[in-house]
Structures are given as C-alpha cells and as structure tokens.
Design a protein. Structure first.
Length: 148
C-alpha cells in the first residue's frame, strides 16, 4: 500500500515561468517522506536529529511530465522499497488532484543507513523496516539475505 499525501502548490515554490521550480519538486517529495514516517509512528525529532544513525540521500532524480502551478492541488504517492540490508529507495508520483491517473512528475530518492561516527553502513533498524512494510513494495529476495 502506498502512502498518499495531498497539498497545494504555493507561489514561493514556483519559478519565473509560474511553474514549480525543479529543486522544489524534490522538496515536495521530501515533505511527503516526512509525513509518511510520522504516519507510521516514527518520532521525527529523533529520526532527523544529529545522533548515532543517519539516512543520507545518495541519489535523487525527478522528471516533470506536465507543469504544476501555484494553487494546484496535488497528490503525492510515495512507495518505499528496501534495496538491501542498509539501503532503501522511495518512488514518488506527483499528480494533479483532478487527474490522479496521470503523473505530472515522478521522482526517486535512495537512502543509506549509516553510523554517523564511523561513516559506515548499518542495517536498517526495525522502525524503518516497519515503515517500508506499511507503505512499500514487498521486499526482494536480495533484501532478505542481508547482503549489501
């Protein structure tokens, strides 16, 4: 089951052409990511605090298929997927609320769980696995082996 996040595009998120500035598209996706973690019961303050574990984004991309303008009501479908024991990806599909069957943009982010002191990879913790299980795709055979 994917996570669905609804919001309205604001003026400050647009560029001189009146459409969402490309970098703000990824900001919208990250906002949906935070909302999905909260919906799964993850403590956001602890999750994003400087601590022993972090989840840096190691890759992000976005493709726009149609413009998003100030005042547009959008839906963001978010689907996380465990890649391996230390890595997860999130797929995003942004669409206008009135045409939810048609994507206005698609995006992806890849995150790695690390030990912040050693900067080495760590296995994804149970609360994050729970979030993936709640909103994500079924785990691939590679992700259950524990292989990096």
């Amino acid at each position: 089951m994917t996570f669905l996040y609804a919001r309205t595009i604001r003026f400050h998120e647009t560029d001189g052409a009146g459409v969402v500035y490309f970098a703000n598209g990824l900001t919208l996706c990250h906002e949906a990511y935070e909302a999905s973690l909260a919906a799964a019961g993850v403590d956001l303050r602890a999750f994003f605090a400087r601590g022993p574990i972090a989840y840096p984004i190691v890759h992000a991309s976005i493709d726009f298929r149609s413009p998003l303008a100030c005042g547009d009501r959008i839906l963001i479908n978010l689907t996380p997927r465990q890649v391996d024991s230390t890595t997860f990806e999130i797929s995003y599909r942004l669409c206008l609320e009135e045409t939810p069957e048609r994507s206005a943009a698609t995006a992806q982010s890849r995150h790695v769980c690390i030990d912040t002191a050693r900067r080495s990879r760590l296995a994804l913790p149970p609360d994050l696995i729970g979030w993936i299980d709640q909103f994500g795709e079924a785990r691939s055979p590679e992700s259950s082996t524990g292989l990096p």
